[in-house]
Design a protein. Structure first.
Length: 94
């Protein structure tokens, strides 16, 4: 029973990653366009740079996104090492 409770809590935490419209929009954009900078994402989604940056950092911290540098730009892309749940959620995004 203890393992079941632990598994349920871990699943709940993973669902929380996707429980935000900005994060889902970011993932949808990156699914279609591959790597993007914070500014490109903010402009495309019509959100502030600060909001985009905060959600991108959160998604990167959770392992959903990877960061890499192109000169002075930080680019984000969807990680290749996603959980099964993350792959399923992203596959359903437009």
């Amino acid at each position: 029973m203890a393992n079941l409770t632990k598994d349920i809590k871990e699943t709940e935490k993973e669902f929380e990653i996707f429980a935000n419209k900005h994060r889902l929009a970011i993932l949808s954009l990156l699914k279609a366009k591959r790597s993007r900078s914070v500014g490109q994402i903010a402009d495309h989604l019509k959100i502030s740079f600060k909001t985009a940056s905060r959600h991108l950092l959160y998604l990167a911290k959770k392992g959903i996104l990877k960061r890499h540098y192109d000169g002075s730009f930080v680019l984000y892309k969807i990680s290749n090492n996603l959980s099964k749940l993350a792959r399923i959620v992203i596959s359903y995004l437009p």
